[in-house]
Write a protein that binds this ligand. Sequence first.
Ligand code: SF4
Ligand code: SF4
Length: 410
Amino acid sequence: MSHEPLDRLLLPLSPSDPLLKPLRMGRQTFPGIWREMMPQALQQLRFPEERQAECMNCPKSCYENWRTDYRCCTYHPRISNFLLGLACQTPVGENAVDDLIRRGMLLPEGMHSSPQQWLDFVDDEHEDRFGKSQKVLCPMLDSATGYCRVHVFRNSVCSTYFCEKDQGHAGQEFWNQVQALGTQLEMRLAQWALREIGFDVEASLRALDELAPHLSQVSHDHGWHPDALRRIWGAWWGREKELLLACAAVIVKNRDRLWSIAQQQVIAEPYLFDQALLQEVPEEQREDEEDEAWEKVDLSALWQDCLVAHNALWDEPRDRFMLSPNVIFIPNHRQTAEEIYHQDKAVFIEYRFQNPERSLFFRLGISQEQQAALESFRGLGRKLREAGNDHLEFLKEMVHREVLWVVANP
Ligand code: SF4
Ligand code: SF4
């Protein structure tokens, strides 16, 4: 453990440092820290383009009644201390962090919702209010502009969330795996950084566990109660930003070996506190919540899972396929806002669920040629290439979206 005086560990970084710049992979951008924290080979992968998750023309708020201001930012992400410390290197990010501190939503490991805020989120999820919530709104969003104030420093959950996936369930699986890897790295490095700067992680977790019997008194108006924060922060209470900067500084200083550092870490959790919190979830909502086990996960195995999910995205399936009977084609009349937005597409595919509560699974604009390629699978068991090479990529996408079904015994 290093014991350098804090003033030597504080930033600033050069404004042109890649850690402060977004990392572009495919059509998307990711946090700058991914350059150092994630395996280098991640940058060589082919990422799904996610053409439908057009955040500045959000289909969910245009056509599905989600909030136009917060859209999918109706949750409270856990953003690690070092990411917030890096965010403080930009004026907008520093303001966002100051707001977080004022609201009492900062724990030593990073941004963290209070128990009441988490219960509100569980309630929203159970009532299918994600995207529509009135009470769970991320404080990092600038609701006037719709921009995330810590976009280059957001966590792996935010970075890998796409409301619609080009590649359907295969895309979901890929992003889930990348998210699991990123989240593990963020949490391990956050605790490692705390120990490096001399913060007593175990004492802080003990303080949380001691709060377990008093859970109802731990939350405050927009975050944690100041008395609870004082106990959790210990001697660092009142020096929150200093701690974020110091954590960022040790991460920057060790930027070349973050993966090997993280591999040696085991995440410590406040078990009594977590258990007490789970007990507060109403019985009917409990099955939605899993007790996340952060420890005992092998980072290399997680990375291998990412690669397996990546290969599944792009490999050509050898099976025979037929057009799903759940799919219908609807001409684009170019009259509604959605139809005009997709005016270059002649047809919409609609994929309908049997579940009456969610009668529409997805709606996607396609060309007439693509419709013809799909129609050629109606009632038949054909291999994808039998429809010609021109539409192979599109047809693979349709397999992942379950528009084309595998024929078991042709
Ligand atoms: S990812 Fe979020 S903001 Fe972007 S299009 Fe989807 S719901 Fe809208
Ligand atoms: S951190 Fe940014 S991207 Fe994530 S929920 Fe908040 S505003 Fe949205």
